[in-house]
Design a protein. Sequence first.
Length: 249
Amino acid sequence: MADYKIIALDMDGTVLNDRQEISEENAAAIRDALDAGITVCFATGRGFQSAYPYAEQLGLDTPLITVNGGELWRRPNVLHRRTQLDAAMVERLHKLALQSDVWFWTYAVEGIFNREQWMEPAGAYESKHWLKFGYYSEDAPLLADILRTIGEWGGLEITNSSPFNLEINPFGVTKAAALGELCELLGCGMQQVVAMGDSLNDLAMIRAAGLGVAMGNAQDAVKDEADYVTLTNEQHGVAHVIRNLVLKE
């Protein structure tokens, strides 16, 4: 067995199938990795509230990386570090979303807000502890215009979790940076990390990991830079990697 200490798993499009489920094949492989002494952790764009039920389902008492690295949890409900998105920037991002007439959502410590359910009062940006902002549109030119606009502002990490969205974190906040921090906490190096994902918010950790894995359903840019392309999320690609490349059963 290779000397891997951490398996970092994106959730949507990776360990979850298209019905938002963890297959029994993936769950069994994750349990076997845990039994082998490997730390298995989610590294997701989701907030803690929507990631934790899956960790609980698997019985994971391991670290969690949420909101693209905006939060690092030593274990569920034990926060190690949180990086906030400036309220003035959220106001700017929100106003652009309204002007562009697109779907948007944002994670705050206090909850999830979106186009249909915004905070009250609407302009009380300073009242929340913001973590991430997102845009969604299937109008590719419009999404490209938004990307160009916010790209000119500076001070932001801009990625996506599908070809139809943009995800915005403070500059320097990535899953890779959080994984590096986790390695320091656990006393290992990034060469001992296996990172799996499917979208641009996974790309930095796939580049940085000792074994960077793209899902078979991943965006082409992710596949191009991965060390290995596994099966799709519908074909239990996570289990395939754990059994064949990590545990080498």
